[in-house]
Design a protein around this ligand. Structure first.
Ligand code: ASP
Length: 353
């Protein structure tokens, strides 16, 4: 598997070499790398089907924003052009290697990653957990494609570049920046399917705001964690709890080879007795189980001690996932498992930060 990492490193170098510097270099301005991955921001409406389809290269995106050349020297890396529903943790691992490679250049102040909004919060969190570089990385997308009467992509990219150059953004790690609001990768959440004001950070609040070319800081980033990219990401499966859930999907995940499970529980982290039995079965087979919640705000907590309650789940050896979303808890477990091996206490510690 070492091979995979060397292939990735090679891919990174190749993409970096293929990256193109746009417009004339101005020594007075900082340099920002824009890495494009796809999503609505790079789409237009197909007149035949009326549906939104991938259409724009990185160069097209940048050329639509002439004022960018007054903010920074821009280098573009065309990483992919896919809808973010097609993203995988392995693609994010590749993206992390490419981004780190680009940020190694001492001239580069930060990176902007254009990405579909559907899985942007998870992709940003994956990079936040794995990037070696401490330079700012700003994830950005659009809710309206370029065929729309008022596409939001160009202004979002301009703001993302402004943020990447700003000293305020220095210690924020990876952010999700859309519609002028800056969210930490850890707490960002897509909350609306079709509105430009879709990302927020729940009770934690925004990190900052961008207006008139200036970044205003509201908050420090949440404490970050870092993991090395493993040679192989483990198979971690998500199962949801709901009224009448019978635990069969948990048992089936275990028998089909899952190496970890995230169970999205209800309330403060509770499941019914059948799900509880299935979780006991998984733990009995040494499969780590992380409990998250379908509730929008708040953490999973060991409150209830009836069968399937959070307190009992914890006693059985399940790990409480705090206030991480289910999809992000899965990514954290995928990165933590190869790192902690069988050290349950260490794993619990990782989820209680
Ligand atoms: N379907 C799009 C995606 O790639 C949605 C978007 O980009 O806003 O996630």
């Amino acid at each position: 598997m070492k091979k995979i990492n060397s292939v990735l490193a090679f891919l990174g170098v190749l993409l970096f070499c293929l990256s193109s510097a746009l417009a004339e270099h101005s020594p007075a301005l900082p340099t920002v790398v824009i890495i494009t991955t796809g999503g609505t921001i790079a789409e237009k409406t197909d007149p035949n089907t009326g549906g939104s389809v991938p259409a724009l290269s990185g160069k097209d995106l940048i050329e639509a924003i002439p004022s960018l050349s007054k903010v920074a020297n821009i280098k573009v890396i065309n990483f992919s052009n896919i809808d973010s529903s097609q993203m995988t943790p392995q693609i994010w691992a590749n993206l992390s290697v490419v981004t780190d490679k680009a940020l190694e250049d001492p001239e580069v102040k930060g990176a902007v990653v254009t990405h579909g909004t559907d899985t942007m919060a998870e992709g940003a969190y994956f990079l936040d957990l794995t990037l070696k570089s401490t330079k700012p990385v700003v994830f950005v997308g659009a809710m309206r494609n370029v065929s729309d009467v008022s596409p939001d992509g160009p202004a979002n990219i301009l703001n993302a570049v402004i943020q990447a150059c700003s000293d305020e953004a220095k210690d924020w790690g990876v952010t999700v920046t859309m519609n002028q609001y800056i969210n930490s990768a850890r707490d960002a959440r897509k909350t609306q399917t079709s509105n430009v004001q879709t990302f927020n950070s729940g009770e934690k609040g925004y990190l900052g705001y961008i207006a008139m070319g200036k970044v205003t800081k509201f908050n420090n980033r949440p404490q970050g964690q870092k993991f090395p990219l493993p040679d192989k990401l483990p198979d971690v499966v998500i199962v949801s709890a709901y009224a009448g859930a019978d635990g069969r999907l948990i048992r089936s995940a275990v028998t089909s080879g899952a190496e970890g499970l995230v169970v999205e529980a209800v309330g403060a982290g509770n499941v019914n007795k059948d799900m509880f039995g299935a979780i006991q079965y998984a733990i009995g087979k040494d499969i780590p189980v992380v409990i998250t919640t379908s509730v929008y705000h708040g953490s999973v907590m060991p409150v209830y001690a009836d069968q399937g309650g959070g307190a009992l789940l914890m006693k059985e050896g399940a790990i409480l996932g705090g206030d991480l979303t289910t999809a992000k808890a899965r990514l954290l477990l995928m990165l933590a498992l190869p790192y902690v091996k069988d050290d349950h206490k260490k794993l619990v510690g990782i989820f209680s930060r």
